[in-house]
Structures are given as C-alpha cells and as structure tokens.
Design a protein around this ligand. Structure first.
Ligand SMILES: Cc1cc2nc3c(=O)[nH]c(=O)nc-3n(C[C@H](O)[C@H](O)[C@H](O)COP(=O)(O)O)c2cc1C
Length: 261
C-alpha cells in the first residue's frame, strides 16, 4: 500500500477486532512511525503508554463508561453534539461532514427497524431539544451506549495513551501550539502505519473530556504531572471492512490567493 492509498483508505474503526494481540513486528512498526514524527526543534515531546494487560484496560473502560453516562446528562454537551450528528446516510453524504449517529451507538431495536426517514424525524425531534434529551439521560439513557463503548475498550487487543511531555518544549511564545501540532502528526503517522498493516484504530475521547478524568488517568498510569494526556487509541487487527466516511469538496475549503468574502 502506498502512502496515498493509506491516507485515503484509513478509516476510524469502530467494529470488533480479531481476537489476537498485535504482533511484535507490527507494534514496532507503529512505534517507529511515531518515532519519525517531525517536531519543532526536534524536541520530540511525545511519550506513549502501551497497554496490553487487563488491569489497565479495565481502568480505562470504567472511566469511559462513567464519562459517557455523564455526557448523556449534560444538555450543553448534547446540544454541541447535535450540530455534527447526522441521522441518516443521505443527509450525511450531502453534507460531507459530521458523523453518522448509528456509527457511534447501536440504536434501540425499534428505531433500527424503522425506515430511515422516520428514524431521522424521531431522532431529530429528540436531538433538537437537548434539554429533554438530558432528562432522558438522567433517567439512564446513556447506560447502554456507555456499556457498549466501555466493552470495546476493555476488549481491545491494545490501547495507547498518547501523552505530551511539556518539559520537552521548544523556545518561543507559540511553544505549546507547535507541540500540539506535532502530536497530531504523530498520531496520523501511527494511523497510516496501522492502515498499511490491516490494523484498525479508534480514538476514544470520552475518558479524556473532563479535567478530573484526565487527572485520574494521569495518576493511575503514573504519568508525570508535566505530561499532558492527549488521546486514547483503541487498536487491533480489523475483522471487517472499515466504515464509510465523507468529506467536504475541495471547492468548499480550498481558496486561491485570498479567501473571498
Ligand atoms: C481528535 C479526535 C477525536 C476523535 N474522537 C473520537 C471518538 O471519541 N470516538 C470515535 O468513534 N471517533 C472519534 N474520532 C474519529 C472521527 O469521528 C473521524 O475521524 C471522523 O468522523 C472522520 O471519519 P474517518 O476517520 O473514518 O475518516 C476522533 C477523531 C479525532 C481526530
């Protein structure tokens, strides 16, 4: 697979993984891809925590589960989400951005069997009113998706906590921004290397959304306080085709010479 194929064929993998560990050669490949990431002044601010034992997976699964239950009770969070949540595939393809709700949570059976149009209008009604959805959240609506995603975290062959050592900081006022840029590049390098080896990766953001959870994770995994926990990746050999994805057209984001008003 050449680089362009890896870039365009990479997908966020939310399915089940094959039930086998990532072999050593492939782990080394991912680490090597991370290692060659560019960084300002070559400071290489990254530190990775590779988790393969059940204990670490269990901790992260529990924090993920609780975080999602809380998110479902938070009307602001739900409101912010609804802007990017597409309810049916046609709308999603037309928009070219956002995520498809059913890729993220298994919908209740009743809705799964509904025609797409009807599901769309039922969910739209719910999502339009984040306050009412938050009430449903308080009644426990987040429990099912929380459990589902936590199980995926618990059962992943490999988890990686990507952290940034803020002591390895380049000179200048923009230091932190440049370091963050570099961290993004590191993650993409890993994702592309993974794609080329039939390895799927999913970002799991829920356990890192709140300051309190990040702090908790930092302490439980012995991560020094000058390291920022950037993301959690769930990794394994794929067992099915990656999902589909959409993008804006070049004409919607490329400008020539100036951005016209
Ligand atoms: C910083 C960041 C956080 C993300 N968090 C999540 C997440 O928590 N759960 C998830 O399933 N996907 C997550 N994603 C994946 C995006 O939803 C995905 O990249 C986007 O929908 C485009 O789909 P694609 O990666 O398959 O092309 C995240 C991606 C990024 C870059």
């Amino acid at each position: 697979m050449n680089v362009f194929e890896a870039i365009t064929q990479r997908r966020s993998y939310r399915g089940e993984f094959q039930n086998r560990p990532i072999d050593e050669a492939d782990q080394n490949r991912l680490i090597e891809a991370a290692r060659w990431t560019p960084s300002p002044f070559n400071v290489q601010p990254w530190e990775l925590v590779i988790i393969q034992e059940a204990e670490g997976k269990e901790i992260l699964a529990d924090i993920t589960q609780q975080a999602i239950i809380e998110q479902f009770k938070d009307s602001k969070f739900l409101d912010d989400n609804s802007r990017w949540m597409c309810l049916n595939e046609t709308e999603w393809q037309d928009r070219g951005d956002g995520v498809l709700l059913k890729d993220h949570v298994t919908l209740p059976k009743l809705l799964q069997n509904c025609p797409e149009k009807l599901t769309g209008s039922i969910l739209k009604g719910l999502l339009k009113n984040a306050k009412s959805l938050a009430i449903v959240g308080h009644l426990g609506a987040g429990k099912m998706p929380a459990k589902e995603i936590a199980t995926q975290v618990r059962e992943a062959p490999l988890l990686v906590l990507v952290t940034m050592n803020t002591e390895r900081c380049p000179p200048g006022e923009g230091a932190t921004r440049w370091m963050w840029l570099s961290m993004g590049m590191l993650i993409q390098n890993m994702l592309l290397a993974a794609t080329s080896r039939g390895i799927g990766v999913q970002f799991v953001s829920a356990p890192l959304e709140s300051e309190a959870d990040r702090e908790n994770i930092r302490q439980l995994f012995n991560i020094p306080d000058y390291n920022e926990v950037i993301t959690l990746l769930r990794i394994g050999y794929v067992s099915s085709e990656g999902g589909s994805s959409v993008r804006l057209k070049p004409s919607e984001f490329v400008h020539h010479e100036k951005i016209s008003n």
